[in-house]
Design a protein around this ligand. Structure first.
Ligand SMILES: C[S@@+](CC[C@H](N)C(=O)[O-])C[C@H]1O[C@@H](n2cnc3c(N)ncnc32)[C@H](O)[C@@H]1O
Length: 205
């Protein structure tokens, strides 16, 4: 996200917070939220309090948790990277299996090439796009396991999505987050997860 868009999103988040009567402010260098909000009394501090661009996503997840509370089913994230949002999901759904789909390496060349050829990304070379989401961590799966509050609920599906879906074909989901950024895995994610979403369940992409 460019800096201009980032700043505009902060302004929007502040406006939403004000409308909802929440006390939110930015730090001296626009680096973080400095006041905690009513929800924080019941939800422990999580990464989004230090990452304002994720503020709406974190709050939305808390609302979704309430909406799907009475539904059966697992939860899933497709596009996990270093597990920031997965950690939040694992916190919000401590009793549900959390399926985590990612190459845990980077974007796949097939998907990156498709987006470049279809002109979905501007000004990014194939190589740069392919290298996006590479991590310095040697073993992201162990790293994420160590960072999550209920690691026994994690089910890792490492590899190219959707080739990694077969073992979960009968699973039913109460909440799914699709965050793979690129056209092909998002499309495949909708095809796979939507029919497996419980009535009243929530899917975000
Ligand atoms: C934007 S990052 C996910 C960020 C993460 N949800 C978070 O909140 O921190 C996108 C991730 O999708 C993964 N990804 C993209 N296409 C994929 C595919 N076809 N199969 C598996 N993983 C894929 C990448 O490896 C990358 O880790």
């Amino acid at each position: 996200m460019g800096l201009g868009l980032f700043r505009r999103s902060l302004v929007l988040q502040q406006w939403i917070a004000k409308k909802c009567g929440m006390r939110v402010s930015l730090g001296p260098e626009d680096t973080g939220l400095v006041y905690r909000m009513p929800y924080d009394e019941v939800a422990p501090t999580h990464c989004y309090l230090n990452a304002p661009y994720d503020y709406c996503r974190g709050r939305t997840l808390e609302l979704v948790r309430e909406q799907v509370e009475d539904l059966p089913g697992s939860v899933a994230e497709c596009g996990v990277f270093m597990g920031d949002f997965a950690r939040l999901m694992n916190h919000c759904f401590p009793n549900r299996k959390l399926f985590l789909y990612d190459t845990f390496e980077s974007f796949d060349k097939r998907d990156a090439d498709f987006d470049v050829e279809a002109d979905f990304v501007k000004g990014v070379s194939r190589d740069d796009l392919h290298a996006t989401c590479k991590t310095d961590v040697l073993d992201p799966v162990s790293f994420i396991r160590g960072a999550c509050p209920h690691p026994e609920k994690l089910v890792f599906r490492k590899g190219y999505f959707p080739e990694t879906v077969t073992p979960d074909a009968d699973e039913e989901f109460a909440f799914v987050s699709l965050d793979t950024d690129l056209y092909k895995p998002i499309y495949a994610g909708l095809e796979f997860f939507y029919p497996r979403l419980h009535d009243g369940g929530h899917l975000r992409a």
